[in-house]
Design a protein around this ligand. Structure first.
Ligand code: 5GP
Length: 140
């Protein structure tokens, strides 16, 4: 987690979000993909063998419900980016060397939406989780 929490209250600060600061290279991140509209990087506190964040470069949309209503094509691009990255062995690899080829192209996509659902950064982002995940582990 970044030290700078100023932009991370829902509807709060006018400061750039932590993810906008990654886009601007003000905060370092392990960036695995970028184009004009989206950026993808490894989560600093991974919750799975592979844990990426796919983020639209604009911080106009606070959560996935807003994004779906406001720019469904951008939401579709986030999903397509997650899918493409999950199929890339250079990206979808485990830090401990576990062979993830069995699950290539398979992933769990999570959009925490609202503080009570665990959202802490109010710049919409997809968690892309992979690496031989088990059933029954969705809630925690
Ligand atoms: P949320 O809780 O909003 O769904 O997800 C925010 C995610 O952003 C968390 O998983 C957290 O670990 C990640 N995160 C927060 N700050 C940073 C950062 O500075 N760099 C990276 N790479 N990830 C971050």
């Amino acid at each position: 987690m970044s030290d700078d929490q100023t932009s991370q209250a829902p509807g709060g600060s006018d400061q750039p979000s932590v993810f906008s600061r990654i886009v601007a290279r003000e905060i370092p991140a392990d960036i695995v993909f970028e184009n004009e509209r989206v950026i993808a990087f490894r989560d600093v506190e991974p919750k799975a063998p592979v844990h990426l964040l796919v983020v639209p470069k604009t911080e106009r949309w606070h959560d996935v419900a807003e994004l779906a209503a406001g720019d469904p094509a951008l939401l579709a691009e986030i999903v397509a980016t997650a899918s493409a990255l999950s199929a890339d062995p250079a990206v979808f690899r485990s830090g401990d060397g576990t062979d993830l080829s069995v699950g290539r192209g398979e992933f769990r996509l999570v959009f925490n939406t609202g503080p009570s659902a665990g959202q802490t950064v109010f710049h919409v982002h997809a968690h892309v989780l992979g690496g031989l995940l088990q059933e029954g582990t969705l809630a925690h």
